[in-house]
Design a protein around this ligand. Structure first.
Ligand code: CU
Length: 459
């Protein structure tokens, strides 16, 4: 009885073409996978569609997709999430599919993608596809390009991957609140030719920042600049996984900055070249060697190197307050203040009183100071030689020759060849010899002669 009607419907779809197919496809939602873990997930090779070399999201994952009549379909769910920022600290954030940041989306140049966005937040949202060339109506600025996605509603974005490169996604509705709450994700479009710019390991992460009072769990959304948690993918050191690399691998590290300030990302042990920016791949003739890459607000950068130097190498933001965890910023400078004799007197009145920073802050690395629940110490982490004393935007690039292809598990600490580690000088310390030296103005500074004798050694 229904066969004739069914036939007519099918014929109509054929006649009306692509637009009608899209609406028909949108009738059934793809499953929205969700992730409970903050651990780095293995790269996800594509089960269907065009081939590509998948990326590894630092402390994150890639969203599975389904192919529907040649269109790659994803389903993002905007929702409140609990994100472990480091062992011992969980934050109440907003994100996508169980985590902040949301899952990484991976597609291939030439793909058509259809992305379903379901809003389970208490307020309206939208998604802007940062860096893409797409129809204006798919650009995601609520009010300008589309109506806001109200709570409980699902919108569909559909556009073609016109070029490969490094992209991001984030809300464009009440974005100060929603980005301060952790809503963002990475989006990689792979080259159509899997051998173009091929690397062995391709890492991605977002730079983000939060202001969460020690002992609490929800970010303060009105903070403009004075954030106290500087994160890579909503993680803080020592919660950020290492970049695990096999010696001689070709490595790419991509990052996007969705904080409110710039970050000079510095990697030890290597020089490298920026090979991809927001706008696309950088031709070989336009690259220059660097050891730090400053990434401005809203920018993406990718750099590459051949992992020929084995070791455990620091990689971090070079703003020193960005490699610390939550602390009060109204701390007076105590360097040079002599508290001897004073502390005991104060402790008779205030038993817990302690002096911080009298000889610099290094002692804080080892100090066992009571801290509130749900907080990570300001300077922390332990290495093979003692406390590392870092936080925030810091982790380690581990280039080891015993790492197997495709293995991203932490290989432990680097075993230094004998004679290649800095060591303590055991001899006598001589008196400093200050030589007579002409000054820039032509006058000659007199050498100070300790004890009247010159050239004598130590005591
Ligand atoms: Cu920074």
């Amino acid at each position: 009885m229904t066969s004739r009607r069914h036939f007519l419907q099918s014929a109509a779809v054929g006649v009306l073409g692509a637009a009608a197919v899209s609406r028909a496809g949108a009738a059934s939602l793809p499953e929205a996978a969700t992730q409970a873990s903050a651990a780095t997930q293995l790269p996800r090779p594509p089960a269907s569609g065009r081939p590509y070399n998948p990326v590894v999201t630092l402390n994150g994952w890639s969203l599975p997709f389904r192919m529907n009549n040649g269109v790659k379909e994803f389903h993002l769910v905007a929702e409140p999430v609990v994100r472990e920022m480091a062992p011992g600290m969980k934050a109440h954030l907003w994100g996508y599919n169980g985590q902040s940041p949301g899952p990484t989306l991976e597609a291939v140049e030439g793909d058509r993608v259809r992305i379903f966005v379901t809003n389970k937040l208490p307020e309206a949202t939208s998604i802007h596809w940062h860096g893409f060339l797409l129809p204006a109506g798919m650009d995601g600025v609520s009010g300008l390009n589309q109506p806001p996605i109200k709570p409980g509603k699902t919108f569909v974005y559909e556009f073609d991957m016109k070029k490969s490169g490094t992209f991001m996604y984030h809300p464009h509705a009440d974005e100060m609140t929603q980005m301060a709450m952790g809503m963002m994700g990475f989006f990689v479009v792979h080259p159509r030719n899997p051998n173009f710019m091929k690397v062995d390991r391709d890492f991605v992460f977002l730079l983000n920042a939060f202001d969460i009072e020690p002992g609490s769990a929800t970010p303060k959304i009105a903070t403009m600049l004075d954030f106290n948690l500087w994160c890579w993918n909503s993680r803080i050191f020592p919660g950020i996984d290492p970049f695990v690399v096999r010696k001689n691998d070709r490595v790419r590290i991509r990052f996007g900055n969705l904080t409110m300030t710039n970050h000079p990302i510095h990697m030890h042990g290597y020089d490298f070249e920026v090979t991809c920016t927001d706008g696309g791949w950088v031709p070989k003739s336009a690259r220059w060697p660097e050891v730090s890459i400053d990434v401005a607000v809203g920018q993406m950068r990718a750099f590459e190197f051949d992992a020929i130097y084995p070791g455990d190498w620091a990689i971090h933001c070079h703003k020193s307050h960005h490699t610390m965890n939550a602390m009060g910023h109204d701390v007076p400078t105590m360097i040079g203040v002599d508290h001897r004799g004073v502390v005991e007197k104060i402790q008779k009145l205030v038993p817990d009183y302690m002096v911080m920073g009298e000889r610099g802050m290094y002692d804080m690395k080892e100090m066992e100071m009571p801290i509130p629940d749900n907080t990570v110490p300001m300077m922390t982490g332990t290495g093979p030689f003692g406390p590392i004393g870092m936080g925030g935007m810091f982790t380690v690039l581990k280039v080891h020759d015993d790492v197997k292809p495709g293995d991203y598990r932490d290989p432990g600490w680097y075993k230094h060849p004998p004679g290649t580690v800095a060591y303590e000088y055991q001899g006598v310390l001589p008196e400093p010899a200050r030589a007579a030296q002409p000054s820039a103005t032509g006058t000659t500074l007199k050498a100070r002669k300790p004890g009247g004798a010159s050239g004598h050694g130590g005591h």
